[in-house]
Ligand binder design. Structure first.
Ligand code: GDP
Ligand code: MG
Length: 163
């Protein structure tokens, strides 16, 4: 059985973009609309010769602020339980939002190792978000650009001890 990596985080942080890059095929729908990916996706991923199963969490049919967190929580916690390690993505350009902090609280009691990832970190627009992410109490974030493929070596190094 391949080790399993879950990609979690609020809508629009780039989970499906990272999933597609790791799987190498356009399996997950990627769109500018937050939360557009309706289904949870799984695929066989390869990162610099490291093979694993990857889960892209999504499945939000609406953006109703009142119901989204509860539904996200069920799906996020299920994926994290199933995984050997979880990649918790934040959007370095947008900075932290309250939902990121809420997800970090859900993860606090988890026994699955969590790797914090500051995505959209290409260029200088992500610098403030990277510093903000350090306040989550999940260690220094891996700085990544899923869209441009930057930081994949650092992601590899962060995953390696857990797979
Ligand atoms: P998800 O809702 O978390 O699955 O996010 P998506 O993968 O659908 O991406 C949401 C938006 O962020 C899309 O417009 C992506 O093109 C964009 N995006 C994803 N990764 C990056 C990145 O590394 N840099 C930038 N600038 N945009 C990104
Ligand atoms: Mg998605």
């Amino acid at each position: 059985r391949l080790p399993t990596v879950a990609i979690i985080g609020r809508p629009n942080v780039g989970k499906s973009t990272l999933f597609n890059r790791l799987v190498g095929k356009k399996l997950a729908l990627v769109d500018d609309q937050p939360g557009v990916t309706r289904d949870r996706r799984e695929g066989d991923a390869s990162l610099i010769g490291l093979d694993f199963r990857v889960i892209d969490t999504a499945g939000y049919e609406d953006e109703d602020a009142a119901t989204l967190p509860g539904r996200m929580r069920v799906q996020t916690e299920a994926a994290v339980r199933q995984a050997d390690v979880a990649l918790f993505l934040i959007d370095a350009r947008a900075g932290l939002v309250p939902l990121d902090e809420e997800i970090a609280r859900w993860l606090r009691g988890s026994t699955t190792p969590i790797v914090l990832v500051a995505n959209k970190a290409e260029g200088r627009a992500g610098e403030a978000g990277v510093y903000e992410a350090m306040a989550l109490g999940l260690g220094d974030p891996v700085q990544l650009s899923a869209e441009h493929g930057e930081g994949m070596g650092d992601l590899f190094e962060a995953l390696l001890p857990h797979l």
